[in-house]
Ligand binder design. Structure first.
Ligand SMILES: [Zn+2]
Length: 124
């Protein structure tokens, strides 16, 4: 893959950032890493990783997850708050449409399932 900087916007190289999670089989240990690596997986079209990190209770099914429906270009983590078992990550995602930049704010709820942090749903 011809990627240098990680698509999650961390400013790090892909090999030093999300690669181990998205295609390397490692599992993120904190909510921020989970959200960053899921963003990278969305941009790279890695639907398996999206499924693996999505709580089975709210996962809508493979054919209902629209990969690349929006061309996100950038993501900023604004805030992370909550406890050990449920965490909210406030992100701002950027996309470009008709040559204009648009920003979308989302509050992503992360819960702990069997010791693993998983995406639960987006509170928008
Ligand atoms: Zn990354």
């Amino acid at each position: 893959m011809g990627i240098n900087f990680c698509p999650c916007g961390s400013g790090q190289l892909f090999v030093d950032c999300c690669k181990d999670y998205v295609i390397g089989g490692a599992y993120p240990l904190d909510a921020e890493t989970l959200i960053r690596s899921r963003h990278t997986a969305e941009l790279l079209g890695c639907s398996t990783y999206i499924q693996d990190t999505w709580c089975p209770e709210t996962y809508p099914g493979k054919d209902k997850v629209n990969m690349n429906c929006t061309q996100w270009t950038d993501m900023k983590i604004i805030d992370v708050f909550g406890g050990d078992d449920d965490i909210i990550v406030h992100v701002q995602k950027k996309y470009i449409e008709n040559n204009c930049e648009h920003y979308v704010d989302k509050n992503l709820l992360i819960i702990r399932v069997g010791g693993k942090l998983m995406f639960y749903y987006s509170l928008e």
